[in-house]
Write a protein that binds this ligand. Structure first.
Ligand SMILES: [Fe+2]
Length: 287
């Protein structure tokens, strides 16, 4: 089964959002949407989400699911805004509860912040499956970048979030709280066990030395042969040493603080204070 896939690239955060549609029908899912955010002004903007909405309407599609591959640390999710305008259920990995627990502590959230994933409509675990119209989607739990990362396998397409990137760029960082290079290695082996001609759609692209265009689609076969971090059967210990050395040199993503506080709430802003205003917190020297 070969679903139709439409990609939306956000240049501000290098994020790729996808609409995946059943081959013979009008039902689709949206994966990893972006709510634009002007950090300096503390102001959100729905331009990226509106582009997706306009496209869905122009194609006359029904949205069954609004899926997250994980709690993103580099962009805010537009899931609630899309749900308001298009319908659909919001789904994420069941280990969101671990992420909520970790960052509930980091941001000193009170009891109003539920750590049970109840902000989402569905929590998926390894081997779960669900339907997008007539099309079946299978869930792989692929932790490492974060504990709740999922890969959605839909027909011949795998939406891998932040696990593998394009072969010339490599793999996702593993140094956020709850991340693990060992876990990422094991997760990637699961993805690479899919048939070689499986289309892989990555969650971000940053170009790579020698490549001038953004790209987001590759295959399992290409990843196995060419991935600069894990191709040609690179062993676990070599991968972990490489990954941890690289991660030690990376700065925090520009939007990590507002992203986490939004995305751990399924894309909702923090509860307004008594003046009706929502605020993001900045924990000093905590990350
Ligand atoms: Fe991420």
């Amino acid at each position: 089964m070969t679903p139709k896939v439409k990609a939306f690239f956000d240049t501000a955060t290098n994020t790729v959002s996808y609409a995946v549609q059943e081959p013979e029908g009008r039902t689709c899912a949206i994966i990893d949407s972006v709510l634009d955010y002007d950090q300096a002004a503390g102001r959100t903007n729905t331009q990226s989400a509106d582009e997706i909405i306009a496209w869905i309407k122009s194609e006359d599609l029904q949205v069954a699911w609004i899926l997250e591959s994980h709690v993103h640390a580099d962009h805010l999710s537009a899931a609630p805004y899309l749900q308001e305008h298009l319908g659909g259920k919001i789904g994420i990995g069941a280990n969101i509860t671990v992420v909520q627990d970790t960052f509930g502590k980091v941001f000193n959230e009170g009891t109003a912040f539920q750590r049970d994933g109840s902000q989402f409509d569905a929590l998926f675990e390894e081997d779960d499956s669900f339907h997008i119209g007539q099309m079946r989607a299978d869930v792989l739990h692929t932790p490492g970048h974060t504990p709740a990362c999922l890969t959605y396998v839909i027909g011949d397409a795998a939406f891998v979030g932040d696990t593998l990137f394009m072969p010339d760029f490599g793999t996702a960082r593993c140094d956020f709280p709850g991340g693990s290079a060992e876990d990422l290695y094991a997760s990637i082996q699961k993805i690479l066990a899919l048939p070689d001609d499986t289309r892989i759609f990555v969650g971000h692209d940053y170009k790579a030395p020698g490549r001038d265009e953004f790209a987001w689609e590759t295959t399992v076969g290409e990843q196995k042969a060419l991935n600069v971090h894990i191709g040609e059967g690179r062993p676990l210990d070599e991968f972990v040493t490489m990954r941890e050395a690289r991660d030690a040199k990376l700065g925090m993503p520009r939007l990590i603080l507002p992203s986490l506080q939004t995305n751990m709430r399924a894309g909702h802003m923090p509860e307004p204070e008594e003046n009706g205003q929502s605020y993001f917190k900045v924990p000093i020297n905590a990350l």
